[in-house]
Write a protein that binds this ligand. Sequence first.
Ligand SMILES: CC(C)(COP(=O)(O)OP(=O)(O)OC[C@H]1O[C@@H](n2cnc3c(N)ncnc32)[C@H](O)[C@@H]1OP(=O)(O)O)[C@@H](O)C(=O)NCCC(=O)NCCS
Ligand SMILES: CC(=O)OP(=O)(O)O
Length: 331
Amino acid sequence: MGFIDTIKARAKADKKTIVLPESEDRRTYEAAAQILKEDLANLIIIGSEEAVKKGSEGLDVSKATIVDPEKNEKTQAYVDKLVELRAKKGMTPEKARETILNDYTYYGVMMVKMGDADGLVSGACHSTANTLRPCLQILKTKPGTKLVSAFFLMVVPDCEYGDDGVFVFGDCGLNQNPNPEELAAIAESSAESYRMLTGNEPRVAMLSHSSKGSAKHADVDKVVEATRIAKEANPDLALDGELQLDAAIVPSVGASKAPDSKVAGKANVLIFPDLDAGNIGYKLVQRLAKAEAYGPMTQGIAAPVNDLSRGCSAEDIVGVVAITAVQCQAQ
Ligand SMILES: CC(C)(COP(=O)(O)OP(=O)(O)OC[C@H]1O[C@@H](n2cnc3c(N)ncnc32)[C@H](O)[C@@H]1OP(=O)(O)O)[C@@H](O)C(=O)NCCC(=O)NCCS
Ligand SMILES: CC(=O)OP(=O)(O)O
């Protein structure tokens, strides 16, 4: 059974309710039809009956619940709650109504906040900033977590590295230039995500253009410091840095560049030093190695809400919804 089939089986075993706010995108309906056929989750699609009927033409999404914000009796409660949460930031009843009626990501996040859905998946036709901003503003970080970050679950075909080609890459979607404390927090959350989703022990590599002092630069110093912080806070976690990518995943290179490391050559969780490296890195592996790339999934947030790349396929949405459902089970 491949990785995503295992996740789908877990999702099916305890079905959760996931909201899909992008009723203007055909891929939402293609994915919804597949999710309902495979019985992976209960779905809520946000949109008018007419829009959903037109958008889903030729596809069976009849088992999804359609929520029309203009008609839903709970809309006023969402408005009131948004005002309560954001009044200090200048949110008025008029602005709150306009926001949730014009931006269904806000509407869907309010549904999750109010307990009317377990999780949300959006981002097929909205940028990551516009998808994650409402999530961060409304749901906030999980208690005990310092930072929300974004990871990709990568499944690389015919790959002997990681755990048979399964990796977590972080942060590839949210934090643009994390400082050492933030990088350490990203590493901790990514290790936790790996353990929860794969059932395997994480082996975390803090990536750099240097391995164990082979290059000198402030960028390297940042990763060295992040490694120190993460190790100090998590003495039992297999985590090491700074490592180049080859030293992190290729056993022979790891043995030569970092002979004393317990992680070098065996890493299954790759922590990129900044968002440029992370975002470019995941897209390189996705496109050139034809890897499945699920994400950007959030971690460290109070409820499971996940983003998509605008370049995603309907199949990617199916996978992200299944992973989101499994995250909901772990809440
Ligand atoms: C997500 C993003 C838009 C948030 O930044 P922003 O719009 O400038 O918004 P702010 O910094 O005002 O943050 C909005 C809220 O989220 C919170 N927040 C922002 N980043 C956060 C993080 N990493 N963890 C927890 N909370 C965070 C802020 O504290 C703020 O809360 P408040 O409004 O209650 O005070 C920004 O980090 C971003 O653009 N990231 C890159 C996304 C991207 O382009 N990725 C590449 C493609 S995947
Ligand atoms: C994750 C990501 O890069 O998202 P997008 O392709 O939508 O910018």
